[in-house]
Every structure is written in structure tokens, then in C-alpha cells.
Design a protein around this ligand. Sequence first.
Ligand SMILES: *Cc1c(COP(=O)(O)O)cnc(C)c1O
Length: 384
Amino acid sequence: MHIPFNKPFLTGNELKYIKEAVVSGKISGNGKYTKLCQEFLEKKYRFNKCLLTTSCTDALEMAAILINIKEGDEVIIPSFTFVSTANAFILRGAKIIFADSRLDQPCIDEKKIESLITSKTKAIVPVHYAGVSCDMDYIMELAEKYNLYVVEDAAQAIDNYFFSKDGTKKALGSIGHLAAFSFHETKNIIAGEGGMLVINDVQFKERAEIIWEKGTNRAAFFKGEVNKYGWVDIGSSFLPSEIIAAFLWAQLENLNEIQKKRKEIWGRYNNNLNQLRKDGKLRLAALTNFSSNNAHMFYIICKNIDERDDLLNHLKYHNVNAVFHYLSLNKSSYYLNDNNLINLKNSDFYSDCLIRLPFYFELHNNQIDYICNLIIEYFDENIQ
Ligand SMILES: *Cc1c(COP(=O)(O)O)cnc(C)c1O
């Protein structure tokens, strides 16, 4: 039995909707399926406005343009994240300031942010790692105090919620001024490559559509708001075609079913491995009391890099493709070209010790049990 790390799940209607889009003769962006997806997500999660993009990376780049990032501005991001969280702002000339992760889980340690804020700081970009929420009450209060923007990197966070101390439950992506989601084939809801920008701060609404449409007011023209369209701002080609939106719509129609299954998988991993956690052999994917769980990922954390590599090899030997995750960006060759090595203890630790286990809709119970038994066996054979 070979178990891959990921396997894209098709709900069944993807090709039907793609065919419909193709036959309709309208396959460029911002058509029927784009609108269906955007309106569905706006309503379900109380997002002020959604714009589908060709990737989360693109949505982050749009966010950087919207908040007018320019040469010399500083943007605070966690070091334990994907390169796009940093690149989107670097492309506009920003200097990236890395914050460490929390001790109990890989999200940004909100308590480490304030000491990094300077007169040049423009934005904070919290990343909801594994779909688990950052402490958004704390981060939004900091942003207000220092007059900063918050761009949520919600790439992994579709269909998850933050429990605010005011007693409300807020969808991730609805809290920051802007938020970016991914529909890459490794995420919960997929479109091959795809993403979405969420605009919660209404001041950005109009300009977001212009940047989305290559710097023209084309969207306003098609809504009848202006009688001709032209070049009004900078922008790029950030819209996905209707072919991608049609695929995404088939996924969104089955969102509940997908999420239900993923939560069952997450729960089975957690139950099967819980004894190892209790015995202090390893740590399991963490939740916090202010976040619900969207079952994006199930990870385990080893004691050190040698044990992590050894366990990965053990799994690989038995045809299980488990993988490690981000290499702490503060240690990347690109960052070290112009910066000195900084020590971010927790971020470095997750980059050395974390393992993501195979996770996809069609992962069967017997496969989960097989993977867990391999892990249990590994620790049995390695009793220190
Ligand atoms: C997947 C991911 C991205 C990039 O998403 P794309 O849609 O592939 O551009 C960015 N940030 C995080 C945290 C991610 O997990």
C-alpha cells in the first residue's frame, strides 16, 4: 500500500460545470461562476467583499498594493510560513521583520509583536497555521494602537472561526482589514491553483476591483457605474478564468461534506496517537481555546531533528509519504543575503521537528490506522 501525502478530491460536478462554462462562450474571468463563488463565500462567512484570484500569492500581492506598501516600509510576519507571505510585500519594497512562533503551536506569538513595531511598520500579517487561528483580539488591538493594517494569511483557514473575547464567533478572514485564501490542490477546498482576496475594510473595495482588472475600471464599467473604462491605477491580471471558478463552485457546493470528512480524519489521527502524546513521546497538532478546527492538517512534533528524520524515513520505508514543512524563513538563503542570522527558537524548532501526516478526503480509516501503527511501532522500538 502506497499512501501519498495529498490527493486532490473531486466532488463529481467539476467537469460538468467546466463544460457549462466553456459551452456558454464566456470563459474569461468575472463571469457567472466567479460571481456564484464570491457571493456564496461573502454570505457564508460575512466577508465584506470577495474577489477570486489566481492564487493566494496573488491575493497577498494585491493586499500589498492596496495598503500602499513602498520602499522602506516594514511588515511583521511569522518566520514559520510560506515564502509568499514575505514575497508579496518584498515585491513592493518592504523590509520583512520576522516574529517567532508560539511555544504551544506554530502561529505567530502575538506577545512578540509589539517590541518589533517601529515608526516604519505598516502592517502585521498573521498566518493561521494549519487553519488554527492566531490570537486575533490581541493582534487587532495592537494594530489599532499603532495604526497598522492587518492582512490575514488565511491560505489554510477556510471554514474556520475565531472565538473573540466579546463572545462572538468570527470566520477567519473576516477580521483583518484584508485577508488572502488559497484554493491550491493541497488545501481543503481546491481549484488546482486559485485564491481569493477578502476586503473587510470598505475603503479598499473600489480600488481592489481596479487592481484586480489590470489597473482599469472595467468592473465598474460592466456594472454600469461608468460609461467608459480606461487606465486609472496600477494593477495586474489577478482574475482566474471561469474554468477555474466553475471547478471551485463544484467544490463549494460540497463544502460541508468535505469538511465533515476531514474532521473525521483529524479526529481518528488524534485518537490513535493520543496515548503517545500522554506518554510524552511526541506532541500532536495543537488547538487553542480561541480557535475552532477546520481540519486542514494533522501534524506531529518530534523531540529533535534526528528523531524527525528517522521517523520520516521509517514511514517512507513503509510507503507512507509524510513530509516536514516550512524551513524557517529567517534561515533561508534569500534572507541571509542581506541580513544576519537571527535566532527564532520556536520557529526553528517547528522547522526541525514537525511532520505533516497524509491528509486527504479519500484517506481510508485502515490507512490512517496503518500510518498511526507505524508511528506507534517506531516509538516502541526506540524506547529511550
Ligand atoms: C498555500 C499557502 C500560500 C500560497 O498559496 P497559493 O495559492 O499557492 O499561492 C500562502 N501562504 C500559506 C500560509 C499557505 O499555506
